[in-house]
Ligand binder design. Structure first.
Ligand SMILES: C[S@@+](CC[C@H](N)C(=O)[O-])C[C@H]1O[C@@H](n2cnc3c(N)ncnc32)[C@H](O)[C@@H]1O
Length: 363
């Protein structure tokens, strides 16, 4: 089944769009809107199979255990990546099928190859995950039951490790950082066209960068900044020498902040989480893996809101405001990876897994 949002197991080589976006000269607000909230009508063709797509799924066993109790139906993997989690779910839970979503054509190509052996139990859609409701409507029959939704947020290892994607401060390449190469906003535009005030705000809000103002001023003075190596150098030089030696690579927080801005990562997350909760059948499970405090704060807030139904009654008193909780939180505080996993897979280090169950609600 293929709808406007689907790109299911492509069998032909891709005519992928150019990675370089045309320079976009609107206001910041217009640029934000120019990021496609939904995929284009025309189907995005994926690349052919990529056997070099290596991403180790984080907290894999805990994810399988989280979904093990669900009834028969569909799990939506909202961040399919190379299908590491989806493959394990399909192998270990015979009652489920998977509809995977990813906005990155490289990820979808790799996932298509891995999921092909599961035949009709696996489908893939090209979309941004805040369009999850439309993706489900376009790809699953109306009677299909959504029994699980998984979000494994952020970037995959290949996105970071492939220099040409322009995400990494360790590998020199043109500044890019778009998960969806067809969108217009890229890291080059953020670095070269944002005003000082905007740059300072995103470095502070999305990177927790203490030297946000200094870095923003240095970036503006160094324009044009066209490569990852040049941006890393400008950031390093903007930070006072003693601070450069603390907390990892000096450009780490700036790169994270620009990546989050380019991909609208924190803007779309609450929208997507609320839509996912609404899609879930009773007793279905929601599992969310986040990797930094900005993400986790949003996850926690949306889950808390759903688990109280927005109840405003004083604590300790029975609810009299008519709020209807739609989620039951299965573990307060969330789960973190074992020491063994942290050692074996440094990218799991900051992971936090929150799991919730869809409550029975009467309309
Ligand atoms: C951490 S990786 C997922 C890895 C996957 N769980 C696995 O085990 O192979 C995150 C993936 O989600 C995708 N992604 C991130 N934000 C997205 C969004 N808003 N919409 C669609 N895909 C997104 C990225 O392109 C990336 O491939």
């Amino acid at each position: 089944m293929e709808g406007p949002y689907s790109a299911r197991f492509p069998s032909s080589p891709a005519g992928e769009k150019s990675r370089r976006a045309p320079v976009f000269r609107g206001t910041a607000e217009e640029r934000t809107r120019s990021r496609s909230a939904r995929p284009a009508k025309a189907r995005t063709m994926d690349r052919t199979t990529d056997h070099e797509f290596h991403h180790r799924p984080v907290m894999a066993q805990q994810i399988v255990e989280a979904f093990a109790p669900v009834p028969a139906g569909w799990i939506i993997d909202a961040t399919l990546g190379g299908a590491g989690h989806s493959t394990l779910l399909l192998e270990q839970l015979p009652q489920i099928s998977v509809l995977g979503i990813d906005q990155d054509p490289d990820a979808r190509g790799a996932a298509a190859a891995r999921l092909a052996p599961f035949g009709d139990r696996a489908r893939i859609a090209a979309a941004r995950f805040d369009a999850i409701a439309e993706v489900v409507a376009a790809n699953l029959p109306a009677e299909a039951r959504v029994v699980g939704v998984l979000f494994d947020l952020g970037v995959s290892s290949p996105q970071l490790d492939r220099a040409e994607r322009g995400f990494s401060y360790r590998l020199d390449a043109p500044l890019d950082m778009r998960m969806d190469p067809s969108q217009s906003l890229s890291a080059a535009i953020v670095a070269n066209e944002y005003e000082e005030r905007q740059l300072t705000r995103i470095l502070r809000a999305y990177g927790d960068e203490r030297y946000a103002g200094r870095i923003a001023r240095a970036m503006i003075a160094a324009r044009p900044i066209t490569s990852t190596a040049r941006l890393a150098e400008v950031v390093r030089d903007a930070i006072p020498a003693p601070a450069r030696r603390q907390g990892g690579h000096p450009a780490k927080r700036t790169f994270q902040a620009i990546r989050i801005e380019v991909n609208a990562e924190l803007e779309v997350l609450p929208v997507a989480l609320r839509a996912a909760i609404a899609l879930l059948a009773a007793d279905g499970r929601l599992a969310v893996l986040s990797y930094h405090s900005g993400e986790d704060r949003i996850v926690k807030q949306v889950l808390r809101e759903a688990s109280t139904g927005g109840c405003t009654c004083p604590a300790g008193l029975p609810c009299g405001c008519g709020a209807i909780p739609t989620l039951e939180l299965l573990r307060r505080g969330g789960l973190t990876p074992s020491d063994e996993e942290r050692l074996a897979n440094p990218r799991s280090e900051s992971a936090r897994l929150r799991i919730a169950r869809r409550a029975e609600t009467t309309p």
